[in-house]
Design a protein around this ligand. Structure first.
Ligand SMILES: [Zn+2]
Length: 61
């Protein structure tokens, strides 16, 4: 039964990654600009404070 459980967890992880890729957003903590791509530095203000946020799914279920 352990194998089935392990497989199920891997499938769940893959599904979660796919969902994250579709819904992830990056926000500059300095100027508040939002991007669909994770930049190392903000294209707007060149701050390095670009943080990844999830538009949905956090804390739910
Ligand atoms: Zn910025």
């Amino acid at each position: 039964m352990g194998l089935f459980r392990d497989l199920g967890e891997r499938v769940e992880k893959l599904k979660r990654q796919a969902t994250d890729a579709a819904s992830e957003t990056y926000v500059c903590a300095e100027c508040g600009a939002e991007f669909a791509t994770g930049y190392e530095t903000c294209p707007e203000c060149e701050s390095e404070s670009v943080e990844r946020v999830e538009s949905s799914g956090r804390g739910g279920q």
